[in-house]
Ligand binder design. Structure first.
Ligand code: G6P
Length: 603
């Protein structure tokens, strides 16, 4: 969703602001803008459309030497995407400029009062109230003015403000939306995520809830009341990790990175035939008493959570509940000492996931999070965090982070089984240890998946079916296809077909069957016969060498033979690539699908 960047320092150019916005594009946006000091005035450029449109509009100005400025990519919530509603926004005198992520919930009341007092508004946004409120509270110090208005605001915000008279000083505040600060010899930078900061430094500081900071010659953090000492985090990601590296799309690059991702997610956690999580030290007593696990997640992360349910119920026979966080946050979920809550989030900033975690924490529940982003809000609000170590994921559709989530959950299941004195089936850990090699085999043959995808490009409807652990895979495969190729793809447990969805099927409505050689294969074969009888074309993911299934399907995508618990893992890149190739064949913007955002920071 919206992205923020700001810098102050010597030797900077307008181009630096625009380059930073390019690094934030992946979050999803519909307009972009910059404001910067030029001598003692602030110049503003903003535009509906892409950062490249803003770049064209700026032309020669890109090379102007500046002492700093602010920049923003907007994903419209209040007010349609247009030039006026794009950020930065300004006050009546055009001296104060602000960029903002989040939502000011009481903006209507605030606007009414401000208008009564003579302020002139030009946009439909909630953000503009911030500029006018700062104007009313400004007595020569932008940070103090910002601090004065915070108690008036309801909602969530990451805000960065500048004043034309205070050249080289930015003031920032956060509540519910992240901000990261970095500093090198020449520049101080502030941004809504790490990616645009990597060019400047790998040592960063995360702003905490309710804190404000002035970014200038020095970086001074102020807590709700007093000055605060901050911890510096070292980011292991490199700038290159967040670049395409010769691939046509980030999504393809991220899928190709999966063998490495698997190794990194398992590193230090899988020792011979033992699994160990440093992160769970001291929790053994609590975990041995756990009778119920409840998963909190959205989107792809929710599908990883669903897989855990099937796995754990099979391995340990404890109950696992899964629900999307947008529902769970409004339910009266029981919290007790025997329940472990697991929050899964690539970004660690998904609003519904965070709000559910807060509710559980308020009731005294214990939350373990699985997250890919160091310093993200989720990692700071959970009791314990297991990092996914997947590296930056830029493409909106999650791929490598999902693979890392699934493998970490499998390891976690093994650890829980050990704590609870349960046996791990023979062969499973051996296959898990070498799983990266199976991924390499699949990825080397990605051209076969592309050829199959080409056969199906013309279809606008798809039904994914699977059973048991194949069902979450079906859901995830369908989600990938709809996200990036805008195909109407639904997913059902194959046993449910006859209760309604089978009515949809005919020769124009193909079925994607998840049919590995697992305990449900025979049942799946029956379901495939049912759909074939309705003349639906069937493409399926099948285990290498399983000729019985091979003969039945119109098209097959092969996965290597592994322990049945591992099929959801090895089929992930196949489902991802199938969706990728269909979207690419259609010439779509794979990395930034319409209407979607990478990090959904509003409800
Ligand atoms: C957005 C993304 C999805 C992602 C979901 C949850 O909708 O487009 O790819 O699965 O958010 O994100 P999280 O960062 O919490 O895993």
């Amino acid at each position: 969703m919206c992205g923020i960047f700001g810098f102050v320092g010597e030797g900077g150019k307008v181009r630096d602001l625009v380059d930073a916005l390019k690094k934030l594009e992946y979050r999803g946006y519909d307009s972009a803008g910059v404001a910067f000091w030029d001598e003692d005035a602030v110049r503003l450029f903003k535009i509906k459309g892409k950062v490249s449109d803003l770049e064209t509009a700026l032309g020669d100005i890109l090379d102007l030497d500046i002492k700093g400025g602010i920049a923003h990519t907007r994903w419209a919530t209040h007010g349609e995407p247009n030039d006026v509603n794009a950020h930065p926004h300004f006050d009546c005198e055009r001296k104060i400029f602000v960029v903002h992520n989040g939502i000011i919930e009481n903006h209507k009341e605030l606007r009414k009062e401000l208008e009564k007092r003579g302020h002139r508004f030009v946009s439909d946004t909630d953000t503009e109230v911030l500029a006018h409120l700062i104007e009313e509270n400004y007595y020569g110090n932008i940070l103090e003015a910002l601090r004065r208005i915070l108690p008036l605001l309801r909602g969530s915000y990451a805000v960065v403000a500048m004043h034309s008279d205070e050249v080289g000083i930015l003031a920032a505040a956060r509540k519910g939306s992240p901000l990261v600060i970095g500093k090198n010899e020449n520049f101080c930078v502030v941004a809504s995520d790490i990616t645009p900061i990597l060019k400047y430094t790998k040592e960063v500081i995360f702003l905490d809830e309710g804190e404000t900071v002035s970014v200038g010659g020095t970086v001074d953090f102020v807590g709700l009341k007093d000055s605060v000492e901050k911890r510096i985090f070292h980011i292991s990601w490199s700038e290159r990790d967040a670049e395409k590296g010769g691939y046509k799309h980030f999504m393809l690059k991220e899928i190709m990175e999966e063998p490495e991702v698997l190794k990194n997610a398992m590193a230090g956690r899988m020792k011979g035939s033992k699994v160990e999580f440093e992160e769970l030290k001291g929790w053994e007593d609590f975990l041995s008493n756990v009778e119920k696990v409840k998963m909190i997640a959205c989107g792809t992360s929710h599908h990883a959570g669903m897989l855990f349910k099937y796995f754990i119920e099979d391995l340990i026979q404890i109950e696992v509940e899964t629900d999307v966080a947008s529902e769970m946050r409004y339910r009266k979920t029981k919290v007790d000492d025997e329940t472990l809550f697991i929050a899964i989030s690539q970004s660690g900033e998904t609003a519904d996931t965070l709000e559910t975690v807060r509710k559980i924490k308020e009731k005294g529940g214990r939350v373990l999070s699985l997250c890919n982003v160091l310093g993200s809000t989720l990692t700071r609000e959970s009791d314990r965090t297991i990092f996914l170590n997947a590296g930056p994921e830029i493409s909106v559709a999650s791929t490598k982070a999902y693979v890392a989530q699934v493998v970490v959950l499998l390891l976690l299941g093994v650890e829980l089984a050990r704590i609870k004195g349960k046996n791990i089936p023979a062969g499973f850990l051996d296959d898990l240890r070498d799983i990266h090699a199976r991924f390499e085999e699949i990825l080397e043959n990605s051209n076969l998946i592309r050829d199959t995808a080409r056969e199906f490009v013309k279809f606008r409807n798809f039904m994914y079916i699977g059973r048991w652990m194949g069902y979450p895979s079906a859901l995830e495969g369908a989600l990938k296809l709809k996200e990036i190729s805008y195909t109407n793809a639904t997913a059902y447990p194959a046993g449910e077909l006859k209760h309604g969805p089978i009515a949809l099927l005919d020769e124009d409505f193909p079925v994607f069957a998840i049919v590995p050689t697992d305990r449900m294969k025979e049942k799946m074969l029956n379901n495939i016969m049912e759909v074939k009888a309705r003349k639906a074309k069937v493409v399926g993911v099948v285990t290498e060498g399983d000729d019985e299934v091979f003969r039945l399907l119109d098209h097959t995508l092969k996965i290597p033979k592994v322990h049945e618990y591992l099929y959801p893992l090895v089929m992930a890149p196949v489902l991802q690539l199938f969706a990728y190739f269909i979207a690419d064949e259609r010439g779509l913007d794979v990395d930034k699908p319409r209407n979607l955002a990478k990090s959904v920071t509003v409800e």
